[in-house]
Design a protein around this ligand. Structure first.
Ligand SMILES: Cc1cc2nc3c(=O)[nH]c(=O)nc-3n(C[C@H](O)[C@H](O)[C@H](O)COP(=O)(O)OP(=O)(O)OC[C@H]3O[C@@H](n4cnc5c(N)ncnc54)[C@H](O)[C@@H]3O)c2cc1C
Length: 305
């Protein structure tokens, strides 16, 4: 089995998620070859062949041209699967490639199950196991679900990829950064986050008080933001901010993959959860099994002394 991995490059830099593609292929037990529309100035560490197309020529993102480049690599390599990260790049490009190849697509894979793919269902409360019917398939993997086990190694064997005479009706104009509102959690050294387990909006100040006693910022999981208890600028996770504080305290947060993707690089993680088997326990350095509304005020009082 062979996988064609589509690396990602943005604003002149290779994205770290590119390494998760290799980790996915390794866990799948498949050979892999990578394609990157990027630059010689920032190549991935990769022990294998890398098709490099020049981003200066084909644009950092141009769906027409990037699709043609992927299809050219597919023709040369005849891979069984073409794998993207489930990012805005992957969301947009993967279906275009799948349609062109008449291949099945499985989106947002979070785990492998004996060679089949697990994807979230019902807002990540359930998982579905999926096996594509088409011989060749296009896959997107959830960022954060397949972390590399060690430091990436190797120097890629480069092969240049060029298109001849392809014109595109689309012009890549550039990126526009979202307006930064509220708090910038990416620089916080301590974050104390409220999850659905805090119960109601009126309890959020209790969590904010602990954040303040520890000299940190308030974070939140998505349901807390969706319910309007906390502003979106505090959300941590794949659709919120990615943070790497020295200390992360997760209060009443289960540990869904989309939340973990945003905070698992924290140096030290404390989770407070009444369920001793909550998945957050798998990555927490300390799991306090307690009712968050009993434990946090008592803990804050100790910290404030
Ligand atoms: C495309 C997509 C993007 C997403 N992006 C994000 C994202 O950016 N960030 C994010 O957070 N989520 C995101 N999600 C949602 C994610 O899948 C989870 O649904 C969410 O993270 C769960 O939040 P939670 O842990 O607060 O709630 P729950 O999963 O409901 O967990 C609540 C936890 O609180 C515990 N608890 C309950 N009562 C108490 C109590 N009294 N004391 C102590 N513990 C208690 C429970 O045991 C449970 O573990 C996304 C989902 C999708 C599909």
């Amino acid at each position: 089995m062979k996988a064609l991995l589509i690396g990602e490059y943005r604003q002149g830099k290779l994205l770290d998620t590119t390494y998760e593609l290799k980790a996915f292929a390794d866990r799948l037990g498949t050979d892999s070859v990578m394609l990157l529309v990027g630059s010689d100035a920032d190549l991935p560490k990769y022990d294998g062949r890398l098709y490099l197309a020049d981003a200066a020529k084909y644009g950092e993102y141009n769906p027409d041209l990037h699709k043609q480049l992927v299809l050219q690599a597919v023709e040369r390599e005849n891979p069984d699967c073409i794998v993207f990260v489930h990012s805005s790049y992957g969301w947009d490009l993967a279906p275009r490639v799948a349609v062109a190849l008449k291949a099945g697509q499985v989106s947002e894979i979070v785990a492998l199950n004996e060679g089949a793919y697990e994807v979230n269902a019902c807002n990540a409360k359930l998982r579905r196991t999926v096996t594509p019917k088409s011989g060749r398939c296009v896959l997107t993997i959830q960022a954060g679900a397949f972390s590399p086990s060690g430091e990436p190694q190797g120097t890629p064997q480069l092969e240049r990829l060029e298109l001849s005479g392809t014109v595109s009706a689309i012009e890549f104009v550039g990126y526009e950064a979202a307006e930064q509102k509220g708090v910038d959690l990416s620089k916080a050294e301590v974050i104390v986050s409220a999850g659905r387990g805090v119960g109601k909006k009126d309890n959020v100040p209790v969590i904010a008080a602990l954040a303040s006693a520890l000299g940190g910022e308030l974070g939140a999981s998505r349901p807390v933001v969706d319910a309007g208890w906390v502003d979106h600028s505090h959300q941590v996770g794949t659709t919120g901010q990615t943070v790497s504080p020295k200390l992360y305290v997760a209060c009443g947060i289960s540990g869904a993959i989309q939340h973990l993707a945003g905070m698992k690089k924290a140096d030290f993680i404390v989770a407070i959860n009444k369920d001793k088997d909550a998945p957050i326990g798998e990555i927490a350095d300390v799991l306090v099994v307690a009712d968050v509304m009993q434990f946090v005020p008592a803990f804050t009082a100790k910290c404030a002394r």
